[in-house]
Ligand binder design. Structure first.
Ligand code: I3S
Length: 124
């Protein structure tokens, strides 16, 4: 529709439940607390919602967290958790997130997609 600017950030992956633990905020360490989040990847942000419906309705305040991908780093880690298939995203503001899925293929799909979007949203 003309003038409809709703989908400026078009999701590149449909949402999916992923385990998320934020382990630091702006460089300050936080207590790890794994939560199953409805996660949506856009070209330059990773969005976490409590529930799928909140992502669909885009209610104000329904986003639990927004991870900016420009200048972020991503790496697999076996040291920061005893869980399998864990990778860490570090934002350019020093916030750190662990993401995990029991299925390696799910975790790897998210890792690859996020890394691609980090690369394309970060100027060399
Ligand atoms: O890195 P940690 O501190 O071993 O992470 C564990 C804790 O977050 C723990 O909660 P408590 O701080 O309430 O004990 C969680 O239950 C564990 O899942 C965390 O370890 P894993 O290895 O699951 O990330």
């Amino acid at each position: 529709p003309a003038g409809g600017g709703a989908d400026v950030c078009e999701p590149l992956l449909t949402g999916e439940h992923v385990n998320v633990a934020k382990i630091s905020e702006s460089g300050k360490k936080q207590r790890k607390n794994w939560t199953l989040m409805w996660s949506v990847l856009t070209s330059d942000q990773l969005l976490f919602y409590k529930e799928m419906q909140q992502a669909a309705t885009q209610k104000t305040g329904s986003k639990v967290d927004v991870v900016p991908l420009c200048g972020a780093m991503i790496e697999w880690t076996t040291e920061k958790s005893s869980r399998k298939n864990v990778f860490q995203i570090t934002t350019n503001t020093g916030s750190e997130y662990l993401l995990q899925a029991d299925s390696y293929s799910t975790a790897a799909k998210w890792y690859d997609s996020i890394r691609a979007n980090i690369d394309s949203s970060t100027k060399a």
